[in-house]
Design a binder for this molecule. Structure first.
Ligand SMILES: Nc1ncnc2c1ncn2[C@@H]1O[C@H](COP(=O)(O)OP(=O)(O)O)[C@@H](O)[C@H]1O
Ligand SMILES: [Mg+2]
Length: 389
C-alpha cells in the first residue's frame, strides 16, 4: 500500500521530517489546493505558509517521480557556491521524500501567478518582461558549458536523463491504432499537420540542431512564473520560475522560445473565430491584439541577449531557433488541448497556421513576433550592454 498524505496525517508527516513541531499542530490551518497533484497548503501559527505536494499514484500504486527533477535543480544550486545566487529565482523547496513522492515548499505568499496577473490587468508592462529575460539569462549563462553541473545532473542519485528530446513525439505518421484513442477533432489535427510536409521537416531540423549546453526548465510557460507583489520596487527576485519537473541539461533557445510561445498564446486565445471569418481577420479581431504583446516579447528578448550576449557569438542562428521553438510550443499547446479537452476547432486551426509560419519561416516571422527586425533587437541588446558598463 502506498503512503498517501491527507489532512489527517499531514502533521505527523511534517513533524517526522523535522519541518514542524508538535505545538504547531493545534493552531495551524490546512487547505486543500486543487491541482494536477495532491496539494495541501498549511498556514502555521507565525503565519508562515508551506505547500506540500504529493504526486498522484497510478493504478499499480506507482508514481513517475515527477518531483525528482525539481529537487535535483535545488540541490544543484545549493551544492555549487557559484549557483547559490540562483536560489532566489526558483521556488523554495524545503524537503523531498522520493520514496513517497512528496515535496515540501515554502509557500511564496508575497507572489502571484504571472499569467493571472496578465489576465486581470490586461496590461503588458515591459518592466516585468525585462526582469523575466534577465532572470532566465542568468540561469542559462551561469550554467552554460559547465561540465561539472552537467555531470551532477546526470549522475544525480544514479538517475539517467536523455538530453536530446524527441521533438516530434506524438506527431509521427498516423497508424491504425491512433483511431482507437484520438478524438475526432484529433484526427482533423493530424490530417492538417500531415498535409504540411514542411512542418514535420522543420521540427526534425530543429531537433537535429538541438544543442544541450546549460540548465533548462523545459516547461517555461507563464503559468510557471510567479511575480512579486512588490514588483514595482527595485528588487532582486521580481519573478521566480517554479515547477522544474521537466528540467534538464538542454538548449537555451527552447526555454526562451517556449516563453514567447506562451505570450503569443494570450493573443491566439483571444481571437474571434467562426466558419465565415477568414484566418487573417480572426487574428486581427483578437481582443488582445498582437501589438499589445510585442513590446513585452521584444523586451524579454532584448534583456535576455543583453545579459547573455555570448550566446549570439556561438549561435548566430539563436533568434531564428527561438522563433521556431515558439512555434513548436504552440503545437504542444494544441496537443495538450486535444488530450484534455478533446477539441481542436477553428482556433486550433489558426494556432497551427501560426505555428507553421514560425517553424517554417522564422526569419520572416521575427518582425511579426517582436514588432521589430532582428538587427534592432540585437542592437538594442548591445546598446543597453554599453549603458550597463
Ligand atoms: N512555492 C510556491 N509559492 C506560491 N505558490 C506556488 C508555489 N508553488 C506552486 N504554487 C502555485 O501552485 C500552482 C501549481 O504549482 P506548480 O509547481 O506549477 O505545479 P503543477 O503545474 O505541476 O501542478 C502554481 O501555478 C502556483 O500558483
Ligand atoms: Mg505548473
Amino acid at each position: 500500500m502506498p503512503f498517501l498524505l491527507s489532512s489527517q496525517n499531514v502533521f505527523e508527516y511534517l513533524i517526522n521530517q523535522g519541518i514542524c513541531s508538535p505545538e504547531d499542530k493545534e493552531q495551524s490551518q490546512i487547505e486543500l489546493k486543487p491541482a494536477k497533484n495532491f496539494n495541501l497548503l498549511i498556514t502555521l501559527p507565525n503565519s508562515h505558509k508551506i505547500l506540500i505536494k504529493q504526486e498522484r499514484h497510478n493504478q499499480e500504486g506507482k508514481t513517475y517521480g515527477e518531483f525528482f527533477n525539481e529537487w535535483r535543480v535545488h540541490d544543484l544550486c545549493r551544492q555549487f557556491p557559484d549557483l547559490q545566487k540562483l536560489l532566489p529565482y526558483l521556488s523554495s523547496a524545503l524537503d523531498f521524500n522520493p520514496q513517497h513522492s512528496i515535496i515540501v515548499f515554502n509557500y511564496l505568499k508575497n507572489y502571484q501567478d504571472l499569467s493571472e496577473f496578465y489576465v486581470k490587468k490586461s496590461n503588458f508592462i515591459t518592466q516585468i518582461a525585462t526582469s523575466l529575460g534577465t532572470t532566465l539569462a542568468s540561469i542559462h549563462k551561469l550554467t552554460w558549458n559547465h561540465q561539472d553541473y552537467r555531470e551532477f545532473l546526470h549522475n544525480y542519485q544514479g538517475g539517467l536523463a536523455e538530453e536530446i528530446p524527441n521533438l516530434t513525439a506524438g506527431l509521427e505518421r498516423i497508424t491504425p491504432e491512433i483511431f482507437s484513442w484520438v478524438p475526432v477533432d484529433g484526427l482533423k489535427f493530424f490530417a492538417l499537420y500531415q498535409r504540411y510536409d514542411s512542418l514535420g521537416k522543420a521540427i526534425a531540423q530543429l531537433n537535429h540542431t538541438y544543442k544541450a549546453c546549460c540548465l533548462t526548465h523545459n516547461d517555461l510557460k507563464l503559468n510557471n512564473i510567479l511575480l512579486s507583489l512588490d514588483w514595482q520596487q527595485p528588487n532582486d527576485s521580481i519573478v521566480r520560475i517554479i515547477d522544474w519537473e521537466n528540467s534538464n541539461w538542454g538548449d537555451p533557445a527552447s526555454d526562451l522560445g517556449t516563453l514567447i510561445g506562451s505570450y503569443l498564446q494570450i493573443w491566439l486565445d483571444s481571437m474571434i473565430t467562426s466558419k465565415t471569418i477568414a484566418l487573417e481577420e480572426s487574428l486581427r479581431l483578437a481582443t488582445t491584439p498582437l501589438e499589445a504583446l510585442q513590446p513585452s516579447i521584444a523586451s524579454l528578448a532584448i534583456a535576455y541577449l543583453n545579459h547573455f550576449p555570448e550566446i549570439l557569438e556561438t549561435s548566430p542562428e539563436f533568434l531564428l531557433r527561438v522563433v521556431q521553438f515558439a512555434g513548436l510550443a504552440l503545437i504542444e499547446t494544441i496537443q495538450a488541448k486535444l488530450q484534455h479537452q478533446k477539441s481542436f476547432g477553428n482556433s486550433g486551426i489558426c494556432m497551427l497556421q501560426v505555428a507553421k509560419t514560425l517553424l517554417c519561416r522564422p526569419e520572416q516571422s521575427i518582425p511579426t513576433v517582436f514588432g521589430m527586425p532582428a538587427l534592432e533587437i540585437t542592437h538594442r541588446a548591445v546598446r543597453s550592454e554599453r549603458v550597463k558598463e
